[in-house]
Design a protein around this ligand. Structure first.
Ligand code: UDP
Length: 260
C-alpha cells in the first residue's frame, strides 16, 4: 500500500493528500459515531455504500449547477475531491420534525413542517457543535454576508432537488446536514458544497412504512444499519436488483439488471 500523507482524520472519513495540488482523497470508513461521539461503533460496509451514494448525489447536484468539491470516485472507498477551506458551520435543512428539533421544541417526530427550516451549528467537537444564528456567523466572521447568501441558496436548491429525487423512490427526506468550503482561485474565493451526502447525515424514511433508512438505526439501536443503507443505494439504482452485498460499478450494475 502506498504511503500517502494524511491531512485529517474525522469520525467517518480520512482525508489524504491528493495526486495534484488542490486535490484531496476522501476515504470513507465504516466507523460510526453518535451523540457527539459518546456512542461509537462500526457498520461493516457503510464506507463503501456512502462513497457510492455521495458520489451519485454530488454528481446529480453538479449536473443542476450546484458547485461541489467532488471530482471523481477512485475506488470502493475513496473519491478525489477539490481541496477547500472548510467553513466551520454545519447547515441542517429540515422538512419534517425529528431528532433534536423534536426534543428541543416538543414537536412530535414526523410532523410535516409548514415551511423548510435552516439551522446552523458551529463545528466544534469540544463544544458539542452548538446551534448558532446568522448573527454569530457574521459577528465571528465564519462566513461573509455574500458567502452566507450563497450557502442559503445552495442549501435550498439542494433540498428541493433531493426532496424530489427521494420522493421518486418512495423515500421522505426528513432532514439533512450540509457542509460548505471556500475554493480559492487567485485572490478570489467562492463557496462550494463539500463533505458528503449519505444516510450518515440525512434522515430518510420509507414513505409507505416510515421505516428509518439512515443513521438513526445506529443511534437508536434499531439494527439493520447496512441493510438500510443498501436499500437507499438500491433504490437510487446503484445496486443490481436483488443484490445483497457487493457494490458494483454503475456499468456492471446496468449489465446485471439487463441480465448480461
Ligand atoms: N447531523 C449530522 N451531523 C451532526 C448533527 C446532525 O449529520 O453532527 C444530521 C443528522 O443526521 C440529521 C440532521 O443533521 O439528519 C439533523 O440532526 P439533529 O439536529 O436532529 O441531531 P441529532 O438528533 O441527529 O443528533
Amino acid at each position: 500500500m502506498s504511503r500517502r500523507r494524511q491531512i485529517y482524520e474525522g469520525k467517518a472519513k480520512i482525508l489524504y493528500e491528493g495526486p495534484e495540488p488542490g486535490t484531496l482523497i476522501q476515504y470513507f470508513k465504516d466507523d460510526a459515531t453518535a451523540f457527539n461521539a459518546q456512542k461509537k461503533g462500526t457498520i461493516s460496509g457503510k464506507g463503501v455504500l456512502n462513497n457510492r451514494i455521495s458520489e451519485h448525489l454530488f454528481t446529480l447536484l453538479g449536473n443542476i449547477g450546484i458547485p461541489t468539491h467532488f471530482i471523481r470516485r477512485l475506488n470502493m472507498r475513496e473519491q478525489l475531491v477539490r481541496q477547500v477551506e472548510i467553513i466551520p458551520i454545519e447547515v441542517v435543512v429540515r422538512n419534517v420534525a425529528a431528532g433534536s428539533l423534536s426534543k428541543r421544541l416538543g414537536i412530535e417526530e414526523g410532523t410535516q413542517l409548514p415551511r423548510t427550516i435552516l439551522e446552523y451549528y458551529y463545528k466544534d467537537d469540544a463544544l458539542g457543535d452548538p446551534m448558532i444564528t446568522e448573527e454569530h456567523i457574521a459577528c465571528f466572521g465564519w462566513a461573509g454576508q455574500d458567502e452566507l447568501a450563497d450557502i442559503v441558496d445552495m442549501a435550498i436548491r439542494t433540498n428541493d432537488f433531493l426532496t424530489g429525487l427521494f420522493a421518486g423512490i418512495g423515500i421522505r427526506l426528513v432532514d439533512f446536514k450540509l457542509e460548505f468550503g471556500r475554493l480559492w482561485e487567485d485572490d478570489y474565493s467562492r463557496v462550494i458544497l463539500a463533505d458528503e451526502i449519505s444516510p450518515d447525515g440525512c434522515r430518510l424514511w420509507d414513505m409507505k412504512t416510515s421505516e428509518k433508512l439512515d443513521k438513526d438505526r445506529f443511534r437508536r439501536d434499531l439494527g439493520g444499519e447496512v441493510e438500510a443503507y443498501q436499500e437507499v443505494a438500491r433504490r437510487l439504482g446503484l445496486l443490481p436488483e436483488g443484490a445483497d452485498g457487493a457494490v458494483l460499478d454503475l456499468d456492471e450494475a446496468r449489465k446485471a439488471r439487463k441480465g448480461e
